[in-house]
Write a new protein. Structure first.
Length: 410
């Protein structure tokens, strides 16, 4: 991959922050946007902005055509059987809530079980807590190994005849663990349960094939994969989606309405009430084109080798603690860490002065921080535009921050 050519496509990276070149290491929170995505957004608003489906005029036809073409493009990106299995939503959070409400509340009975694990993002935890409370279902949790991977011994113990759904992230946004999702989906299916995959940190960074994974649902966000904010995707197996009731009611999703009752459109439109984020969907299609041109295998190799490079260097610095699987295990494009004696928020403020953007806090994943027995962590996350030189710059800045604090604290 020609990283310098990629960087030229990202105008935001050309700026200085506090007089230093911006080193953006927070793509796990949201990615930056390349020219083709910016152009697609600009072109939409400048030349064919219109509402979809209802209009019978040229702009509306064009907007509708591009919106539906975007759906087909996303289906191809994740190897879905067809566009009807792609629902446009706001983000991963909304996608998982859609399943928890529209599927969960209709299917879960008192005593049924939803299986999660401690590395889940709050987006894949809170919706299930709420649904469990509403239905009388129980939450059960797989164990993690000491290095932060799913403990297979717990899979056979926890999954059982009461399991209705297994919900698991493909890549942890804190540990960087890549979970063996295909095997977990198969284990869920063996006990007659469905499987939902949180793809927020995987779909942007690695080849994901829902047909090969055989997952029943996959949720992800456009903004973490070069597209604009406010567009996300829920993939669902068509037969499961067809059988589900809608989540939101309103315009666009109906077939016939009387004062007393209504019938729904077919999938996917049954789940898309109200005016959708047309520009967002179009930007997501442009993002899929961009990523596929680079090749998702190359995208994964690039991000994961930067994460391994950062991990190896951080492990050399006394007082720096890194989390997640060891260096010889696969890892997503991120490293969470702590520098002894420095709160992650203070660290990120110091790094910001050097032009480096990292994230600090609990990263919307408090349970995994409890599991690690730490209140918070710092996280450097990488994408297609990051370079080994930026990792070196981060490492040098960490060393300086450590020395500064050692000096201040005596
Ligand atoms: N799951 C994981 C693993 C994530 O990393 C994130 C984003 N931090 C989400 C879910 C939620 O994504 P969004 O805020 O776009 O809904």
């Amino acid at each position: 991959m020609d990283t310098q050519a990629v960087r030229r496509d990202f105008p935001i990276l050309r700026q200085l922050v506090h007089g230093k070149p911006l080193v953006y290491l927070d793509s796990a929170a949201t990615s930056q946007k390349p020219e083709p995505v910016l152009r697609a957004l600009d072109e939409y608003y400048r030349t064919y902005n219109a509402n979809v489906h209802r209009g019978v005029h040229v702009l509306s036809e064009l907007a509708t055509e591009r919106y539906e073409a975007a759906r087909a493009r996303v289906a191809r990106f994740i190897h879905a059987p067809g566009p009807e299995s792609i629902l446009f939503v706001r983000n991963t959070t909304e996608a998982i809530n859609l399943v928890a409400y529209a599927w969960g509340r209709a299917h879960l009975r008192p005593g049924d079980e939803v299986v999660l694990n401690p590395m889940e993002h709050h987006s894949n935890l809170i919706p299930w807590q709420l649904t469990a409370r509403a239905t009388g279902a129980h939450l059960r949790f797989l164990d993690l190994t000491p290095t932060g991977e799913i403990d297979w011994n717990s899979v056979d113990r926890v999954l059982g005849p009461r399991t209705r759904l297994l919900a698991v992230t493909q890549v942890s946004n804190v540990l960087g663990t890549i979970n063996p999702v295909a095997e977990l989906v198969a284990a869920a299916h063996r006990v007659g349960a469905l499987a939902l995959v949180d793809g927020a940190q995987s779909v942007p960074h690695m080849p994901v094939d829902v047909t090969a994974l055989d997952c029943d649902f996959l949720a992800f966000s456009g903004h973490k994969m070069l597209a604009s904010m406010g567009i996300g995707v829920l993939y669902g197996k068509p037969d499961i989606l067809a059988e589900m009731d809608p989540f939101f009611g309103g315009g666009e999703m109906i077939d016939e309405v009387t004062l007393e009752s209504a019938t729904w459109k077919e999938i996917p439109w049954k789940f898309e009430a109200g005016t959708p984020n047309v520009a967002g969907a179009i930007s997501l299609a442009a993002a899929c084109n961009y990523l596929d041109q680079l090749g998702m295998a190359q995208v994964q190799e690039h991000g994961s080798s930067l994460a391994h490079y950062a991990l190896a260097q951080m492990q050399q610095i006394p007082g720096v603690e890194v989390y997640g699987p060891p260096a010889d295990r696969p890892r997503g494009a991120l490293v969470a860490f702590n520098v002894r004696g420095i709160h992650p928020h203070d660290l990120s403020t110091i790094l910001d002065q050097e032009g480096i953007a990292i994230r600090a806090g609990h990263h919307c994943a408090q349970p995994i921080h409890q599991w690690l027995h730490i209140p918070a962590s710092a996280r450097a996350s990488f994408y297609i535009y990051n370079t080994p030189a930026e990792v070196d710059y981060l490492i040098a800045a960490l060393q300086r921050a450590k020395e500064y604090f050692a000096h201040v604290l005596g």
